[in-house]
Design a binder for this molecule. Sequence first.
Ligand code: AMP
Length: 223
Amino acid sequence: MAATYIILMGVQGAGKGTQAKKLAEELHLPHITTGGLFRGMGQDTPLGRQIQEMMKAGHLVPDDITIQVVRERLKQPDTAKGAIFDGFPRTRPQAEALDTLLKEFGGKVTVVPFFNLPREVGIRRITDRMECSVDASHVYNLNTNPPRVDGYCDIDNALLKRRADDTPEAAARRIDLFYQETGPLFDYYRQRGVLVEIDADQPIETVTEVLKKVVNAAVKHEK
Ligand code: AMP
């Protein structure tokens, strides 16, 4: 069976990360998030420090660094059956590099669900976001998905914190950057017949159901 490569697209705050986690569990595929990979590089090396600075300022990390980090990640054996990309690709050179990489692995992009969300809703969602200080994959939203106990993670009781780059200014900048930098990818993937738009301004469970249908249809189509 062909490997399944899914690219989740949408502005920050559209729920990509939350949906990616659910989808990864359901399909037993690794969830590859470039933001997470970059944050995991820490501050110990000059490259790590340079990346953290760019993230804090709301700038994109240069394509060559980003592509190299993804290439290394795709070499790991857990990606043999495919992967779910979240936050990558963000630019046309990254999309082209990914096509080349996947070809090397004998695969191609299966489907690109695009979570569509109004700008103001996106900014509010980002500034309301909190994550677990022990495991950053435990993410909450003070309005739409609050923790059971204020300020603490439901799963491991650790303190919740705001990401350094989740200020309203950085959020607005990232959303505008998304349309500037990533906008051209809509056409890129539309032309390949893999882009599917999903209304992200709906409850998490509704979006999950729609996403499952979209992915199942694409996987069946590819078989
Ligand atoms: P995210 O966790 O997806 O919101 O990403 C946080 C930050 O990491 C972004 O604001 C960028 O600075 C950087 N970043 C993540 N993914 C990429 C990418 N594909 N290309 C360039 N920069 C990225």
